[in-house]
Design a protein around this ligand. Structure first.
Ligand code: URA
Length: 311
């Protein structure tokens, strides 16, 4: 369709508005037949775009007014009447979390600060789980079935951190229980370690819809919780499964090919924790030849544990 420069500018302004409002994903869990929307459906969808009440983070204030402004020059029929809820975040029809009935929130700095305060207030892992259960600042919670907090031994010397749960994890409420998790279990068994003796968690504890990559905002909101989880477990050895978790928690810039297999340190609670990144098991399922390099990493992980134990 041919667009005039004016229409194009209007469209760009509208997209800017969506970005500023925190709408950063166009992926929904259910397909929408846009050619077959009845007026009733359309009215219901509009209903989901009413301004949400103040966010239910339990701590955060409502989103800054600036987020709610329409950009200048966007005609009213194009600009949403209220901050739109990302299709990825909004539950179909109502815009409410089917589980809790909570409305979606716009990710902003205040929510990240609230997440930090809340995570910092947790004195134990069980506290932290409760904090996450009560935290409504991350919209992924709206579409996820379960919180995927952690699995394994809270006293473990070895801790793994992945990126975000997938479908199987979301159904069971446990990290790494799907095909990648089964591969991880076999890799652990290969170095003589039982899954039950390690601790496994993810940076993001709710499944992103359709297994999409978590957005930077979602990651930032969840980061304080995984950092606190690491502090509370206080392992001797920390393993990042895939580049995403290493980048989030170490601020590393390199890609996983460069980063994997190199020992680094993670700033723990008053001490440096030995940390290493290795390929994500999901990647190994797609690229089985790379298992050779992962095997080296796992041998090195076992050595580091043994060295730590005898030190
Ligand atoms: N991939 C992850 O990063 N985490 C899981 O829990 C499962 C798959």
């Amino acid at each position: 369709m041919q667009q005039s420069p004016h229409e194009r500018r209007q469209m760009e302004a509208l997209l800017d508005f969506y970005c500023a409002s925190g709408v950063d994903c166009f992926l929904g869990e259910r397909p929408v037949d846009w050619f077959n929307l009845t007026s009733e459906h359309a009215a219901q969808r509009l209903q989901t775009r009413r301004p949400p009440p103040p966010p239910h983070t339990g701590l955060a204030e409502s989103a800054p007014a600036a987020n709610l402004q329409h950009p200048a020059g966007v005609p009213s029929q194009m600009a949403p009447a209220a901050p739109p809820v990302s299709p990825a975040f909004a539950a179909p029809q109502t815009g409410q979390n089917p589980g809790t009935g909570q409305p979606a929130v716009l990710p902003d700095r205040e929510i990240i600060a609230a997440a930090r305060d809340l995570a910092g207030s947790a004195a134990t892992l069980e506290d932290l789980r409760r904090c996450l259960e009560s935290f409504d600042g991350c919209n992924l919670k709206l579409t996820a079935k379960k919180l995927v907090f952690a699995d394994g031994d809270p006293q473990a010397k070895l801790m793994f951190v992945g990126e975000a749960p997938g479908r199987d994890e979301d159904l069971q409420g446990k990290p790494f229980v799907g095909r990648s998790g089964q591969l991880l279990d076999r890799m652990l068994a290969a170095i003589g370690i039982a899954r039950a003796s390690v601790y496994i968690a993810n940076v993001v504890p709710w499944r992103p819809p359709g297994n999409r990559t978590p957005t930077p905002q979602e990651t930032e909101i969840c980061k304080p919780f995984i950092k606190r989880q690491i502090e509370l477990v206080n392992p001797d050895v920390l393993v990042f499964l895939g580049a995403a978790s290493a980048k989030t928690l170490l601020g590393a810039q390199d890609g996983i090919r460069k980063m994997r297999g190199r020992w680094m340190t993670y700033p723990g609670n008053g001490r440096e924790i030995a940390a290493i990144a290795t390929y994500h098991p999901a990647y190994l399922l797609r690229s089985p030849l790379e298992k050779r390099l992962s095997w080296r990493d796992f041998v090195s992980i076992k050595e580091a544990l043994v060295t730590n134990q005898s030190a």
